[in-house]
Design a protein around this ligand. Structure first.
Ligand code: TXA
Ligand code: MG
Length: 312
């Protein structure tokens, strides 16, 4: 009971979030992708607190969230291609890595000469960004190495009473934004997400390519352990083999159709996959079996998160 009361105190209104963020605090906010742990980009102590709360490696830069494209001009150099991307996909789940202007603190960009920017679409996030009036740095709100938080309770589970959260309900998309770096003649895909390669090419006429190893090192988040629950994740192409494996222990199954075996089953969906990873930990199952059917195999963003969860 005492715990519940403490948790309730940690759920705050939009107005309270704006007040606290303006004052230089860290607050967890909902976006259409996942919950973020936000702070003003011009408050070094608050940025340091984000890294501390997340247990995030110092070499992993943060995404700067803006209320409108005009805010980007103050922090980054915007090319014509970048402008086209903003016009086509903002507000929405596209993060654009751009050359940064000198005013942006190295704490936010981990010393890189670029800054990642995104204008989120979720109405609550927009209201908060407009209310604060200063861009907000916000990584995903999970503790480093954990699956991203897609409901407010996940934030409280990871941070206890150390963070206040605005409860916007379940995130509409459930996977993190697409991260791209536009160059003169092509677009580098640093992290796949809901905005697909095809959509990016259609909007710009440019090809979307995977970064070389050197470029990947410049997007350090792609190198770190990520998206993984504490329970082993096993990917399986064949439903028959998955059923056999399910017979050998206490498992959770994520698949499009009910496999009809004695196990915890949920349908596999980008919106809920991280929530199910976390649920599997709570249930104490031995492993999570994921069925990769044709629809899943062609979903680059979902496959990326599943592979990385299965790797660790
Ligand atoms: O959907 C999202 O993007 C969520 C919500 C809260 O907006 N945020 C999010 O942040 O996923 P985070 O910190 O978990 O992931 C940011 C990714 C990391 O892989 C990071 O390395 C990369 O973006 N990144 C940030 N700044 C970068 C930069 N200047 N150059 C290259 N990659 C960068
Ligand atoms: Mg993250």
């Amino acid at each position: 009971m005492a715990d519940e009361t403490a948790a309730e105190l940690k759920v705050i209104t939009v107005d309270e979030a704006v007040r606290r963020l303006r004052a230089g605090e860290v607050v967890a906010i909902p976006t259409e992708t996942v919950y973020g742990l936000a702070a003003r980009i011009d408050r070094p102590e608050a940025i340091a607190r984000i890294f501390e709360l997340k247990g995030r490696p110092q070499d992993n830069p943060l995404i700067v969230h803006v209320a409108d494209p005009a805010q980007v001009d103050e922090i980054a150099v915007v090319s014509d291609i970048a402008r086209t991307l903003m016009d086509s996909f903002w507000p929405g789940p596209l993060t654009i890595v751009l050359p940064k202007r000198p005013g942006v603190s190295d704490d936010v960009t981990a010393g890189l000469d670029t800054v990642a920017v995104r204008m989120p679409a979720a109405p609550i996030a927009c209201e908060i960004l407009r209310g604060v009036g200063v861009p907000l740095a916000a990584p995903s709100a999970n503790r480093s190495g954990r699956p991203s938080a897609t409901i407010a309770q996940h934030v409280l589970d990871d941070h206890g009473d150390r963070v206040c959260v605005v409860d916007g309900g379940p995130c509409e998309q459930g996977l993190e934004s697409t991260v791209v770096r536009p160059l003169n003649d092509k677009i580098l895909m640093l992290r796949p997400g809901m905005i697909t390669r095809e959509a990016l090419t259609k909007a710009t006429g440019l090809s979307v390519v995977d970064p070389e190893l050197g470029d990947l090192r410049r997007s350090p988040g792609t190198q770190h352990r990520h998206y993984a629950p504490q329970v082993p994740v096993i990917l399986c192409d064949d439903l028959g083999r998955l059923r056999e494996q399910a017979g050998m222990g206490n498992v959770m199954i994520l698949s499009a159709v009910d496999p009809g075996v004695d196990a915890f089953w949920h349908s596999l969906d980008a919106r809920t996959v991280f929530a199910h990873f976390r649920e599997a930990e709570r249930l104490g199952v031995d492993k999570i079996l994921v069925h990769l059917d044709e629809t899943v195999r062609v979903d680059e963003a979902l496959m990326n998160r599943l592979r990385r969860a299965a790797e660790s």
